[in-house]
Design a protein around this ligand. Structure first.
Ligand code: SF4
Length: 490
């Protein structure tokens, strides 16, 4: 998705991280702030915290990284023992403060705040029906649509019924932390597309996109929030209630969370991300191992894949060294400002420097997690050849990305994706490698202890688990009819 900026994301970009916290007797703001730091990789555009002190909401949302968005006095002003937080890279909606989150709304029977990770595919339809009913919208984001729909349903039913009614109307991917007055809840879409987990602290409970945030607070992971489940935290931090609002036969978990987005030290849907990446690397060797003198990761994304690949090769008796042959300049961020194509072409040299003694006169296999546009891979191969490599083989720990993501990941357009209309051999030729192989979809499903039917594979098959305009689906699925109905009775 283009955002009208002169920046070039290196690869797919995660859009958001969410947190929710309920404590017995301690201000929630600071632990939320620390957990947002733990989720900073999920969004660097804006950060926000909303708390509730039993009487009113307190909110601070600003553009930039977590460390820049909050001052000491901002945190001190966020009173209350319950709250939610958000880090954001824009999905639906424009890049400005009006779309930064948590999104807040006050209505007749109380206040709401929402943090959303994901992307609705029918937000415009719902916005139109609500606008006809007199709801005024301040942003073009889909989170505001959920907030208004929920506020409307809360006028007619209790919290659980209202959430269920909203779930019946929204279609798309969402992991949400919501605060209704001083009650914090977590909600995961029926397909479980984006992650959300529940943790226990000494004096309360926490909901977060990834378990690394719970670790940061010294807490314990209780479990993942189940697809279609609403978890309601007691506002005194003493416990939680669970409501399985929707149950579907199959899930559609984003496999890219394990491959790329999530922190390696997070555990998602029962699998440690680091371990999943190592297993993917092992499978890569099993499927397409190639003889070479040295295996090296593209830092940092390819590291766990490469160690799994090299270990499997050595287990098979291959005489291959595992080495770091590319050193990363850590002070170049995830995106660089590079207005011209020529500058983009040279960007890799700003970011990576080869260690000539590891590479010169040797055949080299480099391992990465994905190829998006192909620009970086082409630059890397030429960097290694310039450093004296005899042969350069490229192995990728995921299937080719052939289609965009509509579920909240900035994956580039079909036109920009190098694999959307090229064979693997054509891509190999274009990046200048001696050989190129990707991992199969079945190997990915196996490594995640899942099946094709329970994963979202939209970006690698072009078939999606949601009903998206002008795209094919991979299962029988239809957008809900957006009617003007009141909350359901059951
Ligand atoms: S299309 Fe790809 S990146 Fe998007 S949710 Fe599905 S698996 Fe994840």
């Amino acid at each position: 998705m283009a955002h009208g900026r002169d920046t070039l994301p290196e690869g797919p970009t995660e859009k958001c991280g969410v947190v929710g916290l309920s404590l017995s007797d301690r201000a929630a703001a600071r632990p939320i702030y620390y957990s947002l730091y733990a989720l900073q990789h999920r969004g660097q555009e804006s950060a926000g915290i909303v708390t509730h002190d039993g009487f009113q909401q307190h909110s601070h949302v600003d553009m930039g990284l977590v460390g820049d968005a909050f001052s000491e006095s901002d945190l001190e002003g966020l009173n209350g023992t319950t709250g939610i937080g958000h880090v954001r890279y824009p999905t639906a909606g424009s890049v400005d403060k009006s779309c930064a989150q948590p999104f807040t709304v006050s209505f007749k029977s109380g206040s709401l705040a929402l943090s959303h990770n994901g992307n609705l595919v029918n937000a415009d339809e719902i916005r139109d029906t609500l606008a006809e009913k007199g709801h005024a919208f301040t942003s073009d984001g889909d989170t505001e649509v959920i907030a208004h729909d929920l506020a409307r349903n809360l006028l007619e039913g209790d919290l659980v019924r209202a959430v269920k009614a909203t779930m019946g109307r929204i279609h798309g991917s969402y992991s949400l932390t919501i605060m209704h007055d001083d009650t914090v809840l977590g909600l995961r879409d029926p397909e479980g597309n984006r992650p959300l987990c529940l943790g226990k602290l000494e004096d309360g409970y926490v909901l977060a996109s990834e378990s690394a945030a719970i670790d940061t607070l010294g807490g314990e992971l209780v479990r993942d929030v189940r697809p279609g489940e609403l978890v309601l935290l007691d506002s005194d931090g003493s416990g939680y209630d669970s409501f399985q609002l929707v149950q579907q036969e199959n899930t559609a978990r984003c496999f890219f969370e394990h491959v790329y987005f999530a922190r390696p030290d997070s555990r998602i849907d029962g699998t440690l991300v680091y371990q999943a990446r190592r297993t993917l690397g092992r499978k890569l060797w099993e499927e397409s191992g190639v003889d070479s003198d040295v295996v090296m990761p593209v830092p940092d994304s390819g590291r766990a894949f490469a160690s799994g690949y090299a270990e499997a090769a050595q287990d098979d008796g291959a005489d291959v060294e595992f080495a770091e042959g590319l050193m990363k300049n850590r002070y170049v961020g995830r995106t660089f400002i590079m207005p011209t194509q020529d500058e983009r072409e040279r960007a890799v040299r700003l970011k990576l420097n080869p260690i000539r003694s590891t590479i010169e006169g040797r055949s080299v296999t480099i391992i990465d997690d994905s190829i998006v546009r192909g620009t970086t891979s082409r630059q890397l191969v030429s960097l290694l050849r310039d450093a004296g490599a005899d042969e350069v083989h490229v192995r990728i720990g995921a299937p080719p990305i052939i289609a965009p993501c509509y579920m909240g990941i900035d994956m580039a357009t079909r036109e920009e994706l190098i694999a959307s209309n090229r064979s693997v051999e054509d891509i190999r030729d274009e990046i200048g490698a001696d050989s190129l192989s990707y991992l199969s979809i079945d190997a990915v499903a196996e490594a995640l202890s899942s099946t094709r039917a329970d994963l979202c594979l939209g970006c690698v098959t072009g078939q999606y688990p949601y009903d998206i305009d002008d795209e094919e689906t991979d299962r029988p699925v239809e957008r809900p009819l957006v009617t003007d109905s009141a909350p359901a009775d059951d």
